[in-house]
Design a protein around this ligand. Structure first.
Ligand SMILES: *Cc1c(COP(=O)(O)O)cnc(C)c1O
Length: 397
């Protein structure tokens, strides 16, 4: 007789990824030879720029195969501090405030583990990236979501934030540009939100993983750049995955006030030791050849932007679909409530009937919406739009 597993409180509380069911079904269909249009991707479809790969290969050949210091190789931490000073306008950042981790996702987890105690509340604006609430729960904290839908361009207001803050609130999460909505806060909006957080004495975790994936000439702003006081209360997390098509490299970054950065490095030293040593040399090449790196990013952005506009136009021409014009990342997040079914059912049925894979909004705290990634080929977007149009015409109430 098999023994019943005795799981920890943490393991029992964590929800499995809600996107997995559709994803598993889509893969199954593909494996069976079906022609699936996959809008589910959460990663760029390009390869890592060649010069970054070469630097990593060189490091490997040179024997950079040993443990690195827990917070990262010193040259990469310095280069990142310089980037935050010059490119993000955050005065006085030093290398000691930077931690390189095994992925932006792990950076988020480290930030939460460093400041959230059991019983603490963390405010998470919805639609949110699926992992934030689960990470808060792993720290024993309580995720509190506040919602901003398509009518608000998926952006919370300062008064919404103020009203959600209680004496137990420890942190608010800001993710601009956002996954899943592609929404981006303006400087003025971010200043106002930051002001509310500072007045309440809570931390901001600013997830800026999509900071370089911007369209329509919009600007990315780091809350830590507003003032010394802001910098003392913001933990900025990011990584190389989305900017440089390096998802498989597992390299994230974190910038925090010195005491928090130190705590984060301690947690990392006892849990993962360090991000892969030779991979960090690839990232270093990206930082040290900034112009070349930005040229590579801009080349990808030309494709992303063309696909974004085509998908947006196609979706907006469908009767019943409401879709804000996302200006960052590589996602659109249309409302599909007009079709008389939950987003979960919408995703399951469109996969079944039209072989279109997309991610239902429930897992992002946004029932009634679905996420489509345009980090896919123009051909798949065209074919997918035809299928989505047909499906929607058939199911419009
Ligand atoms: C992809 C992503 C991350 C982290 O990705 P990594 O591959 O772990 O670096 C973090 N936040 C958001 C919102 C993301 O979409």
């Amino acid at each position: 007789m098999s023994q019943q597993a005795k799981l920890s409180t943490w393991a029992s509380n964590i929800a499995p990824s809600p996107t997995l069911a559709v994803d598993a079904k889509a893969k199954e269909l593909k494996a069976a030879g079906e022609d699936v249009c996959g809008f589910g991707a959460g990663e760029p479809d390009f390869d890592t720029p060649e010069f970054i790969k070469e630097a990593c290969v060189k490091a490997l050949a040179e024997g950079k195969t040993k443990y690195a210091p827990a917070p990262g190789i010193p040259s990469l931490r310095s280069a990142l501090a310089e980037k935050y000073r010059n490119d993000n306008g955050i005065a006085g950042v030093e290398a000691s405030q930077i931690v390189v981790s095994p992925g932006g996702k792990y950076s988020c987890y480290l930030a939460i583990m460093a400041v959230v105690s059991p019983g603490d509340e963390v405010i998470i604006p919805a639609p949110y990236w699926v992992s934030y609430p689960e990470m808060v729960k792993l720290a024993g904290g309580i995720p509190k979501s506040i919602f901003a839908g398509a009518d608000a361009e998926f952006k919370i207001t300062p008064s919404q934030l103020r009203e959600a803050i209680t004496p137990k609130t420890r942190m608010v999460v800001i993710n601009s540009p956002s996954n899943p909505t592609g929404a981006i806060y303006t400087r003025g909006e971010l200043e106002a939100l930051t002001q509310v957080a500072l007045e309440a004495g809570i931390y901001i975790m600013s997830d800026e993983i999509y900071e370089y994936l911007l369209y329509d000439g919009v600007e990315h702003v780091s809350p830590a750049s507003f003032s010394k006081e802001a910098a003392d209360n913001v933990i900025t997390v990011s990584g190389f995955s989305k900017t440089f098509s390096m998802t498989g490299w597992r390299l994230g970054t974190l910038m925090a006030p010195p005491a928090i950065a130190k705590a984060v490095a301690n947690i990392q030293s006892q849990t993962s030791s360090n991000a892969t040593t030779f991979a960090q040399y690839g990232a270093l090449a990206a930082m040290e050849n900034w112009e070349k790196s930005m040229a590579a990013v801009n080349e990808m952005l030309v494709s992303f932007d063309r696909r974004r506009l085509r998908l947006l136009e196609g979706l907006r021409s469908i009767d019943g679909i409401v879709c804000p014009r996302a200006q960052g990342a590589f996602y659109l997040f249309p409302n599909v409530e007009a079709f008389g079914m939950s987003a979960n059912d919408f995703a399951a049925q469109i996969l079944e009937e039209e072989k279109v894979a997309l991610v239902p909004g429930e897992g992002f705290g946004a029932p009634g919406y679905v996420r489509l990634s345009y980090a896919i080929s123009d051909e798949v977007i065209e074919k997918g739009l035809e299928r989505i149009t047909r499906f929607c015409a058939k199911h419009k109430a």
